[in-house]
Design a protein around this ligand. Structure first.
Ligand SMILES: Nc1nc2c(c(=O)[nH]1)N[C@H]1C(S)=C(S)[C@@H](COP(=O)(O)O)O[C@H]1N2
Ligand SMILES: [Mo]
Length: 551
């Protein structure tokens, strides 16, 4: 259970819970003008030309008609999965409540801001300071900075969403049901417009019985949702993975960049919500009982059975949000482990095999780089900082043949490597920087881990969010991947204090929280299980983050 003590309350339920939406005026004006244009054109056509005729929806006598059980089941499961994806997605979004079309995330360059706060320039403002509260009524788990558990829900449900979608599309094409959904001629566009003119001017067009065929606008929107929004949500989701972006930056560029992919992922959700609202409203006004029989029972009659069972099913989905809320606060560790059971082996087989590469150039370096984490308060670190870290000694020990203590000068002699990469924080922001330092491989060659050592633990001088020393772990295999550095320099300068001086980890195929800043010592151990709470890092212990975050 998450103890809702003073420390947790200060983070999750802060005094300042204001919510504000700010949208770039030009986007607001553009979208508004487009909507007005669509509606105005419909009214003008109605006023001057009259309502367009709508030809009877073509009913193919050979079928397919009705809704087989698999369609009805997929429809229900999809609804259940999508609602939890939206709810958990909102919790994730509020952890960095800004959306951009550029990868630098410079404050002020966002097109959508879901916070009343302008980033102060006169003091350090970390990404964690910037996280906002969201009500658990609309999100799972809601509150503030619950991104770890929200990701568990997001990723558990996305498996269900993708599986349902794949089964649905496979059956669609093997049973002939696709004929109901896939337009077979471009004449559907003018037909859909004619239907729109009816709706927009508050006329209900002659509705075909949906049991046998859809009207043109209906068919087109179902088609767009199933073959457009669904796949795009998955593809833009993948474009946010550090393992993918730092291996194949072109993939993120397909969507205009990593942050643009994140924005599209969000806009995609907005379209889903818009579709659900309109879809449900039209189901209700065009013969609720009959429509519900179609999709719930697969019958075409006017009895109320489908409606009653359907409303119970919707109630059950709403109850699942209550259950998810309860599990989030009372059994977060079990949730974390449930997700790990699926994703850990899967990532080892897929995303974690990608070797990161320095794919960016000096021209790509971000002018602003969000800082994160708490600056060390320990006196020994402060004294070292005052002396320019001349007295710093990195201690490397544990299960190794030769434990060592290294000064920054010793480290420099071990070999230097440079890379320009994109940093991905779990909260949602990114930034590109140049990092220089010693490859972890050089350290491993020097200290020679014993055969039983499988894991590297990096301890920080800094404290974690709820107190206790910050630490994280990596498998030895992972730190032997290219681009894994103990960085001493950032953008050609000695590592600034706020970015982790004197030494921080860079591991470019994973999320930011794995990259321990202000490193005090390194220890080789058999497994992460014996360190801290045994989850593999301070955030993994305290915030239910993943052990291996390739996405
Ligand atoms: N010691 C320590 N290291 C840390 C953190 C922290 O809180 N303490 N935060 C991590 C997180 S969540 C991120 S995103 C990166 C941020 O690095 P930056 O400040 O250089 O942007 O540092 C990581 N390393
Ligand atoms: Mo982060």
């Amino acid at each position: 259970m998450i103890a809702f003590d003073a420390a947790h309350k200060a983070v999750h339920f802060p005094e300042d819970r204001r919510f504000r939406i700010w949208l770039l005026p030009s986007i607001l004006a553009g979208v508004g003008a487009f909507a007005v244009l669509l509606i105005a054109a419909a009214w003008i056509q109605w006023a001057f030309v009259g309502l367009p005729e709508i030809s009877e929806a073509k009913v193919n006598p050979a079928g397919p008609h009705g809704f087989p059980l698999w369609v009805r089941l997929c429809h229900f499961l999809n609804f259940a999965f999508i609602m939890l994806l939206i709810r958990s997605g909102l919790s994730i979004l509020m952890d960095h409540p800004r959306l951009y079309f550029n990868d630098h995330c410079t404050p002020g360059s966002e097109w959508l801001r879901l916070t009343p706060i302008k980033v102060p320039r006169d003091r350090i403002w970390t990404a964690k300071d910037d996280a906002r509260y969201i009500s658990p009524l609309v999100s799972t788990p809601g509150y503030r900075h619950t991104v770890g558990v929200a990701r568990v829900w997001h990723f558990i449900n996305v498996h269900g969403f993708i599986l349902t979608g794949a089964v649905f599309i496979a059956l669609l094409f093997t049973t002939g049901q696709w004929r109901r959904l896939v337009p077979d001629s471009f004449s559907i566009v003018p037909e859909a417009w004619a239907t729109w003119v009816h709706y927009a001017t508050f006329h209900l067009p002659p509705e075909p019985n949906g049991f046998y065929a859809y009207n043109a606008l209906q068919k087109l929107s179902y088609f767009a949702v199933i073959f457009g929004l669904g796949p795009l949500a998955i593809l833009t989701g993948i474009a946010m993975s550090p393992a993918v972006v730092n291996r194949f930056p072109w993939y993120a560029r397909l969507f205009g960049g990593r942050q643009s992919a994140r924005s599209i992922h969000f806009l995609n959700m907005v379209c889903f919500v818009g579709f659900i609202v309109v879809h449900v409203a039209l189901v209700a006004v065009t013969g609720f009982a009959r429509n519900m029989n179609h999709i719930v029972l697969g019958t075409d009659d006017l009895r109320s059975h489908g409606m009653i069972i359907g409303l119970f099913a919707i109630g059950a989905v709403a109850l699942s949000w209550v259950a998810a809320h309860y599990l989030s606060w009372f059994a977060p560790r079990r949730l974390q482990h449930a997700l790990k059971l699926v994703t850990y082996p899967m990532q080892l087989l897929t995303l974690n095999r990608l070797s990161p590469q320095g794919c960016y150039t000096a021209a790509d370096i971000s002018p602003h780089f969000w800082p994160n984490g708490k600056m060390p308060k320990r006196n020994d670190w402060k004294r070292l900082a005052e002396g320019g870290f001349r007295d710093y000694r990195l201690k490397v020990g544990g299960l190794v043949e030769t434990p060592v203590e290294l000064t920054l000068a010793d480290l420099a002699k071990l070999g230097a490597q440079d890379q320009i990469t994109m940093h991905h924080c779990i909260q949602g922001w990114s930034g590109i920087a140049q990092w220089s330092g010693v490859p972890m491989k050089a350290i491993i060659d020097l200290v020679r881990p014993k055969p039983e050592a499988r894991t590297v633990v990096l301890y920080s001088f800094g404290e974690a969010l709820y107190g206790g020393a910050y630490y994280d772990t990596q498998s030895i295999e992972n730190v032997l991947k290219p681009q894994c550095l103990l960085a001493t320099h950032m953008n050609g300068q000695p590592l600034p204090e706020v970015y982790g001086a004197p030494l921080r980890l860079r591991v470019e195929n994973q999320l930011g929280y794995k990259m321990v800043k202000w490193i005090e010592r390194i220890e080789f151990v058999e497994s992460e299980k014996g360190v801290g709470e045994g989850e593999g890092g301070k955030n993994e212990d305290d915030e239910y983050f993943d052990l291996l975050p390739n996405i």
